[in-house]
Design a protein around this ligand. Structure first.
Ligand SMILES: *Cc1c(COP(=O)(O)O)cnc(C)c1O
Length: 430
């Protein structure tokens, strides 16, 4: 469950009225609930307690130091995709020896950095990358821990931009080539085979693609175990969350009703996967990002104008696609609620940002309560792939981020100063 709910007609994050945070810190504003983060982490951790396992939170979902630190206190590992993310983990107090490093384009500098920091494993995506890691490890007189990302060629049936486990996309090594490759790696001097990895996609709401992919991987892993000393099998991330209240009525009850509607829960996930995985006797790694952070954050925005064209009812807000790109990029749904519960007849509304692109739209023709200039709205489920995908398009400063715990809160990222956005730029001398 998450800890954004109404009390006495006002939206709260845990024990803090959201409106108070907005009057203190301005708009647009990202607000996160640390209880929700910890609940999600613990719930997944608990569901997998029958397995030797490590949750490696996917940093790209939400990489704020405050978020990483909250998870570090739970003992989390991390799935990282850049030198910058590894630096963030370290600065947040996370353990380097619980970091895996994924991604198809690791540079020499990034590989060297990760080797020096002593990460848990590189998740390797190609043969040239293996050769590069071997060479750099040799130069540094180190042995690089590696696992190969296997592409099981299973369709996760999620949005095209976040499907990763079929031969149509750039990720991993084709299933059929893996055994020969491991034999070759065993002969490479500066590499140590630690495990096998897969990740089939994001926002999966059914357990079946996970089960299909694991079932497909099992015989391969058993064959690899016969000739290599594998330590882990990483089954990737991808657990989906509820975005659409049509699937879950009311902000406080979404989790309960999500089970009723058969949306994927950690318990179902574990119930189906643990019996398949346990006999391997390996450590199981998970790389959830969205599941941990997605419902732990909201984006609050101010209504600037209400524009009725006769044809359409537009609510123009001060947040835009540069702050939260998911609706324009993935056609994603975010529930939108007022900070103060409103009475009155709902209106088919387009909530739009100020950017000069038709794509700068948070929702179209959605029935929302009437609002006026100066009111605030909250876009829910904005904890993952939200701030981390923000940009300065239109020279818009990025919002501040606030983390709440109980009745306390702390600014975990200051609002950007507009002038800082072009501080590194210069006028040509000629
Ligand atoms: C993005 C990513 C994840 C996290 O995906 P979620 O859907 O947020 O759980 C995990 N592993 C890899 C390799 C990824 O690229």
């Amino acid at each position: 469950m998450h800890h954004f709910r109404y009390a006495k007609g006002q939206l709260y994050c845990e024990d803090v009225p959201v409106s108070e945070l907005v009057s203190q810190h301005g708009s647009p504003l990202y607000i996160y609930s640390s209880k929700t983060l910890v609940d999600h982490y613990s719930r997944l951790d608990h569901a997998l307690s029958d397995l030797d396992h490590l949750i490696c939170y996917a940093v790209k979902a939400n990489s704020n130091l405050g978020i990483l630190n909250t998870l570090a206190k739970q003992g989390s590992g991390y799935d990282t995709v850049s030198e910058g993310e590894l630096m963030r983990v370290q600065s947040a107090g996370g353990r380097m020896d619980q970091c895996v490093f994924a991604g198809v384009g690791k540079t020499e500098q990034e590989i060297e950095f990760a080797l020096r920091k002593g990460i848990y494993s590189f998740n390797v995506e190609s043969i040239p990358e293996l050769e590069r890691i071997d060479r750099i490890a040799g130069r540094l007189k180190k042995i690089a821990p590696i696992s190969v990302r296997v592409n099981p060629n299973v369709d996760a049936k999620t949005h095209a931009k976040i499907t990763t486990g079929t031969y149509e996309n750039k990720f991993g090594i084709a299933f059929e080539e893996v055994e020969a490759l491991y034999a070759r790696i065993a002969r490479m001097k500066h590499l140590e085979i630690k495990g096998v990895q897969m990740h089939i996609g994001s926002q999966l709401t059914q357990v079946k693609p996970f089960v299909d992919a694991v079932r497909k991987m099992l015989p391969l892993i058993k064959r690899l175990q016969a000739s290599h000393d594998l330590k882990f099998f990483s089954i990737g991330g991808g657990l989906g969350i509820v975005y659409d209240p049509a699937l879950a009525s009311g902000t406080a009850k979404w989790w309960k009703s999500s089970e009723a509607k058969g949306i994927l829960t950690p318990e179902t996930y574990a119930q189906k996967l643990v019996p398949l995985l346990k006999p391997l006797g390996l450590r199981i790694l998970l790389e959830p990002g969205r599941f941990i952070a997605g419902n732990a954050g909201i984006l609050v925005t101010r209504v600037e104008y209400v524009k009725n064209t006769g044809q359409k009812h537009f609510v123009i807000v001060d947040a835009a696609m540069n702050d939260l790109i998911r609706p324009s990029f993935y056609e994603a749904f975010h529930e939108i609620v007022p900070l103060k519960r409103k009475r009155g007849k709902s209106i088919a509304t387009d909530v739009v940002g100020p950017i000069c692109e038709s794509g700068d739209t948070f929702c179209k023709n959605r029935l929302l309560p009437p609002v006026k200039e100066g009111d605030h709205l909250a876009l829910l489920s904005a904890g993952a792939y939200a701030f981390t995908m923000a940009s300065n398009y239109n020279t818009r400063p990025m919002p501040a981020e606030v983390l709440v715990q109980g009745a306390e809160h702390v600014v975990i990222r200051k609002r950007q100063q507009t002038r800082s956005l072009f501080r590194g730029e210069s006028l040509p001398e000629w």
